[in-house]
Design a binder for this molecule. Structure first.
Ligand SMILES: Nc1ncnc2c1ncn2[C@@H]1O[C@H](COP(=O)(O)OP(=O)(O)OP(=O)(O)O)[C@@H](O)[C@H]1O
Length: 297
């Protein structure tokens, strides 16, 4: 049977790599789509992918060609519908693709999978009524991502990231957190960061909650408690290698719903996209709430 498939190509993804590959991508899609009904739309600006996904036909496939930001925008456009999301991961991070096992596919295989692969369901996260796919990070890491936006323009890649980490550390003042499940307070006290995960990684492969599964119907939460500046510098390398889980100031929880409340507005990102800082994040997981083209080209 023919699937209608819309390829949503973000030319800005992968630091402009997708834009440079545009002709190659369009030719490859046309070549592979022979027995399928496919169209290609190139995004014009941030937010455009959501509109394209909203306009796609009921029951069709909408394929994000780019990174986690593109996936997140497409997902916002299809959440709650019977449309399925596909991914051709050419971003810098690709944590959603990693979550659904598509991140290692070569380009041609990823395109074939998007067109002809089987559709499966994974859980869908929701934060303050807004859907997310793989991750929600609140606190330190979101503050670093915000800081990177205003870092000097001559800094790029890792130097920009390191600059932002140390700029946030310089002014580090931990908010007080209450993590609530139902009528139970699970954690109360100063907190460096809270991660509420569907997949196990964020930030381009950082395994913050290594055992998180996108099909268990649960949010896998990690709370980093009270850390000094030096403590943060010490835990970062462990975090990158997934060796942080036994640290006494890290706490892990699972559940279908959490309320994350602070004594002041705290920045957050979902799938790497920054949200407006808030005092309160209401987070839930909708089991099987998202249809994803996953495998079997
Ligand atoms: N035409 C466009 N021009 C500029 N920016 C765009 C355009 N279309 C989409 N965007 C924005 O590009 C940003 C980056 O896209 P995306 O996150 O997919 O790539 P990435 O940053 O390389 O990948 P990752 O998030 O996996 O690291 C998104 O925030 C999206 O809103």
């Amino acid at each position: 049977m023919k699937n209608h498939t819309t390829f949503v190509i973000n030319p800005a993804a992968g630091r402009g790599r997708v834009g440079r590959m545009l002709r190659q991508l369009e030719a490859a899609i046309v070549r592979h789509a022979q027995s399928s009904d496919a169209e290609i739309v190139v995004t014009q600006a941030p937010g455009h992918a959501t509109q394209i996904a909203q306009r796609a036909a009921p029951g069709s496939r909408v394929v994000a060609v780019g990174g986690d930001g593109t996936v997140h925008e497409v997902l916002r456009g299809i959440a709650g519908s019977d449309k399925a999301i596909g991914v051709v991961p050419i971003g810098s991070g690709n944590d959603f693709a990693r979550m659904v096992g598509l991140h290692k596919l070569p380009l041609e295989a990823a395109l074939r999978t998007a067109l002809y692969g089987a559709v499966r369901s994974v859980d869908l996260g929701v934060v303050n009524h807004r859907p997310f796919g793989a991750s929600l990070g609140i606190g330190f890491d979101a503050a670093v991502a915000r800081k990177a936006l205003s870092a000097p323009t001559f800094l790029r890649g890792m130097p920009r990231y390191l600059y932002s980490i140390f700029a946030v550390l310089r002014e580090l003042e931990l908010p007080n957190l209450e993590l609530i499940q139902g009528n139970q307070v699970l954690y109360q006290g100063p907190s460096l960061l809270v991660a509420l995960m569907n997949g196990s990684t964020y930030g381009g492969g950082i395994p913050i909650v290594p055992d998180a599964l996108p099909t268990d119907g649960l949010i896998s939460a990690a709370v980093a408690g009270s850390f000094s500046r030096l403590g943060v510098v010490g835990i970062l390398p462990q975090l990158l290698m997934g060796k942080h889980v036994h640290h006494p100031r890290l706490h892990f929880f699972h559940g279908t719903e959490f309320v994350v409340r602070f004594d002041r507005p705290v920045p957050a990102h979902s799938d790497g996209e920054l949200l407006e800082p808030s005092h309160e994040y209401r987070v839930q997981m909708i089991p099987g709430g998202l249809r994803v083209v996953q495998s079997g080209a």
